[in-house]
Design a protein around this ligand. Structure first.
Ligand code: FAD
Length: 398
């Protein structure tokens, strides 16, 4: 990192981290571990249930249908989740294996196989009968198959965030909760090395670098230079009661993603039972973008229909009467790939995790530490450049 000699000594911290959800808590931990002076800010008290990182479980899988380029990152993430467990004593990652279900040409199945092939990942392709025999809670349609891999499971988001913040604090990080950051702006003329100001609750904090990772609120005018159209959608996670709990234990029930297709729903996904009594299922539907400040957090009958319909068809052992449900915000980039990198001198943004970012959080946090402290990273993040959309916003056809 270039340090302007005039500014030496006048900073409150080396790095200011704005938003302490999945990405921010991990960035704070990885930065503090490297000995950086760090301050983290959150408008709420993380871990909390008002952003994108709650609901007790998040899928982690290796044969990544969203693109083979994610595989090296997820492999590193597995190691870092284990490292966080070892440092904190918390149980965060449970291995269950995964089933990627759909027609052979579906995005989920074909994409998982492409990643498996490119990286030589162990997997099996199962037809509906084989799935029914080994994983009896599932019912596949005649034309569907499943890709099974063992290198998958789930992480506990609230436990993971709490553990990372606990470790960061123990390593000297300051955490300032309860006030929304109003603005992140380069100091002075905005030359690299001049540093950044973060304004919150009537005070201005100065850092050599800022990492902005405000999730659904990234587009709320916090920082200039983020020329990406990020949309927030409202998703629901729904819990159902099994008739035969033994079919849904982490030992017997892999996490799954099911490419449903059709006009209303895109994917069904689900977990084994985490509490021994209920099973969480979600259906990612096409929904209209929302204002994150005006999200309807109440659950309405219509919120439950898609998941209940899905359960009736694909998971017949679950009683389709929902037990509970919660709203979650999903922040989407235009191409559903991550947005990671500098948007101004000394400002790194971690955004657009598009419904699939949690599993990567510790490696994204480590990449943020690389970028904040060294200005570069050895990981392949060029495809996530925030600048890749700029020509579209400016109407150029370059
Ligand atoms: C229903 C659902 C299911 C998902 N399932 C999976 C899955 O199975 N596997 C997976 O890998 N991913 C999954 N994801 C995606 C994953 O959960 C997200 O990509 C990830 O949690 C995003 O983390 P984040 O740090 O960007 O946002 P958050 O964790 O929401 O963190 C943002 C933080 O910024 C704070 N903040 C906002 N504005 C300000 C401000 N002005 N000042 C200070 N603080 C601020 C917020 O309070 C919040 O704590 C799912 C997402 C959803 C919605």
């Amino acid at each position: 990192m270039h340090v302007s000699p005039l500014m030496e000594g006048s900073f409150d911290a080396d790095v200011l981290v704005v938003g302490l959800g999945a990405m921010g808590s991990m960035a704070l931990w990885r930065l503090a571990r490297r000995g950086a002076r760090v301050i983290g800010f959150d408008r709420f008290e993380p871990p909390h249930a008002l952003g994108s990182s709650h609901g007790e479980s998040r899928i982690i899988r290796t044969a990544y249908y969203e693109g083979p380029g994610y595989v090296p990152l997820v492999r590193e993430a597995f190691d870092l989740w284990r490292e966080l467990e070892a440092e904190s004593g918390a149980t965060i990652l449970t291995m269950t294996g995964a089933l990627m279900i759909g027609s052979p040409s579906s995005e989920v199945v074909a994409g998982a196989l492409a990643s498996a092939k490119e990286h030589g990942l162990e997997h099996e392709i199962l037809d509906g009968t084989q799935v029914g025999r080994r994983f009896a809670r599932h019912r596949l349609l005649d034309h569907e198959v499943a890709v099974h891999e063992a290198a998958a499971g789930f992480v506990r988001p609230e436990v993971g965030i709490g553990a990372a913040l606990g470790r960061a604090r123990a390593l000297g990080a300051r955490v300032l909760n309860g006030h929304a950051v109003e603005r992140v702006a380069p100091i002075g003329g905005g030359r690299a090395g001049d540093g950044v100001e973060v304004r919150v609750a009537g005070r201005t904090w100065r850092g050599r670098h800022a990492v902005v990772c405000a999730g659904a609120w990234n587009s709320a005018g916090l920082v200039d230079g983020l020329e990406v159209k990020l949309e927030v959608t409202r998703q629901c996670m729904v819990w159902f009661r099994p008739r035969t709990p033994a079919l849904h234990t982490p030992e017997r029930a892999p996490v799954f993603v099911h490419d449903i297709g059709g006009s209303r729903a895109l994917f069904g996904y689900g977990f084994p039972s985490v509490d021994g009594e209920t099973v969480k299922v979600g259906v990612v539907a096409r929904t209209a973008p929302q204002d994150p400040e005006a999200i309807d957090r109440a659950i309405h009958p219509a919120d439950l229909e898609a998941a209940a319909d899905y359960v009736r068809g694909a998971l017949p052992d679950l009683d389709p009467t929902p037990v509970r449900a919660v709203v979650c915000l999903q922040e989407n980039s235009p191409d559903r790939h991550f947005v990671i990198g500098a948007v101004a001198p000394d400002v790194t943004v971690l955004a657009g995790f598009s419904g699939h970012g949690f599993k990567f959080a510790p490696v994204i946090g480590d990449i943020a530490a690389d970028l904040a402290l060294q200005g570069t990273t050895s990981r392949s993040i060029a495809p996530f450049s925030p600048q890749r959309f700029a020509h579209k916003l400016h109407g150029s056809h370059a």
